[in-house]
Ligand binder design. Structure first.
Ligand code: TYM
Length: 333
């Protein structure tokens, strides 16, 4: 059986990177895998979230999953907190994961910043909860953007150590699915920084709530360099902003970056930016509109999550039971 698990944090500002690196792939994988897509609200609270916004953002990620074409009848969409087995398995994994592994996690270092003493303990053990998300369903494949690769390596280490420690072959060793032209979309303001939900500048990212005018304005203001577009991807060296815009175009058009440069190489950025704007509006507009339409019906969105949580729970419970038995928890009920 090939089973996919993946998740997105409901922390607002869902952007083009989330879409091209992850959510669009989620939708494209549904004919070949049994898919479980989670809104990871428990991961979100590892950094402070306003409670009312967390609720709204949870519905927004759900609506975006649906708008991107994920079929919630054939597959499962749910929010993490509603299936308590995630927290339960995460505790077991906290006891399997080594401090040395967690200390190497670059995302913790980035998010904790200079004031590490002020970071939550949850942020530190975040990767153990992520391993629990995936392994709770014995998922075999995990579609993510490039930035999650290290977390998936830790997931493999946790699975291997658990199986070893308890002498049982319970967990599969998961395969990351990091693919497509845009596995790492960069900020529109700085080609050295990842496009992210938390960047203080709204101009750094294109979001699903942006209309055509906002998309046009953000692309017009996107940082470039003074030279014309290169003739091939060999010319990306030292030109991260050019590489980023061309990669975004390629991903949106479903062609390679070299294909894009066969058409636009040698031209000025201004013409290319107009074409990129049209393409982005054409591809993202319908998803954004459908997302907003669904957001107007929160009862419907909640019903999808409720149904998904029930079906996720039914898969997760027996697997957690198997883990508890392996660990030696005495079952008296
Ligand atoms: P999150 O919410 O930060 O991001 C969701 C997905 O979007 C991808 N992504 C990007 N892809 C390309 N370019 C970018 N600039 C970019 N920014 C984000 C991420 O790689 C991710 O696939 N830890 C995860 C959530 C998570 C999870 C899981 C994922 C929790 N449990 C289990 C997979 C399996 C995260 O923070 O994603």
């Amino acid at each position: 059986m090939k089973r996919i698990f993946s998740g997105v944090q409901p922390t607002g500002n869902l952007h083009l990177g989330n879409y091209l690196g992850a959510i669009r792939n989620f939708a494209r994988l549904q004919d070949d895998y049994e898919c479980i897509y989670c809104v990871v609200d428990m991961h979100a609270i590892t950094m402070w979230q306003d409670p009312a916004e967390l609720q709204a953002n949870t519905r927004e990620v759900t609506a975006t999953y649906l708008a991107a074409g994920i079929d919630a009848k054939r597959h499962i969409i749910f929010n993490q907190s509603q299936v308590p087995a995630h927290a339960e398995l995460a505790w077991v994994f906290n006891c399997v994961t080594r401090l040395g592994w967690l200390n190497r996690m670059t995302q913790f270092k980035d998010k904790a910043g200079k004031h590490r003493e002020n970071a939550s303990a949850g942020l530190y053990v975040y990767p153990a909860l992520m391993a629990a998300d995936i392994l709770l369903y014995k998922a075999t494949h995990v579609p993510v953007g490039e930035d999650q690769k290290q977390h998936l390596e830790l997931t493999r280490d946790v699975a291997q150590k658990f199986n070893n420690d308890f002498g049982k072959d319970i967990f599969p060793i998961v395969e990351p699915l990091i693919y497509g032209e845009a596995t790492r979309v960069m900020s529109l303001r700085d080609g050295a920084k990842k496009m992210s939900k938390s960047d203080p500048s709204d101009y750094s990212r294109i979001t699903f709530t942006d209309g055509p005018d906002e998309i046009a304005q953000k692309i017009r203001k996107a940082k470039t360099d003074p030279q014309p577009l290169p003739d091939s991807t060999d010319g990306f060296e030292g030109r991260p902003e050019a590489a980023n815009l061309i990669t975004i175009y390629a991903a949106l058009a479903d062609i390679t970056a070299d294909d894009v440069l066969a058409d636009y190489g040698g031209q000025q950025f201004s013409d290319f930016k107009k074409a990129l704007t049209d393409l982005a509006v054409e591809k993202l507009g319908p998803v954004g509109q459908e997302m907003q339409r669904l957001m107007a019906d929160p009862a419907y969105v909640d019903s999808i999550l409720k149904d998904g949580a029930e079906r996720a729970e039914a898969i997760a419970r027996p697997i957690l039971k198997e883990v508890y038995e392996a660990v030696g928890f005495l079952n008296v009920r």
